[in-house]
Design a protein. Sequence first.
Length: 167
Amino acid sequence: MANDVVELILADHRRFEDLFRDLRNRDNDREKLLAELAALLVAHAEAEESEVYPALKRFKNVDDHEVEHGAEEHAEGHQALLALMEVGDTSSEEWEDKLEELVEALNHHVDEEERTILNDARDSVPEQRKAELGANFVRVRQERLDADCGSVDHVRQLVKATEHRVD
Ligand SMILES: [Fe+2]
Ligand SMILES: [Fe+2]
């Protein structure tokens, strides 16, 4: 189903992985790719947190702790994203180190989200509701993209606002 929130989230996760692969290649325009990744990551996480996570928590078979933990991992991801964006020189060793840290944090989160929250959603959320949530997810994700949510200023604000969530 084209609108199924689980499928839409999975499609973004696969896009992140493609971007990680492209970012590793130093022949590519890393600055442009990083800007694309930043916007998608932030829009995806914000749409999950505002439209999907709270709705899923209402289903008793969806583990609330996993949902809260997911939001903590978004905060960690944004922190790692900001650290990479702040390096500047995309050909430096430091840039590659920060890329590695970002990829590690995000792969961990995506893996866990798919195994816990999304599997729970597959099992317990009716098709109709998954389609509604998918439509909400797409709408908010697009609003966030239109608001330039991947700009370094916005990522900085996000990191500041969610610092308390990160150990
Ligand atoms: Fe996700
Ligand atoms: Fe997530």
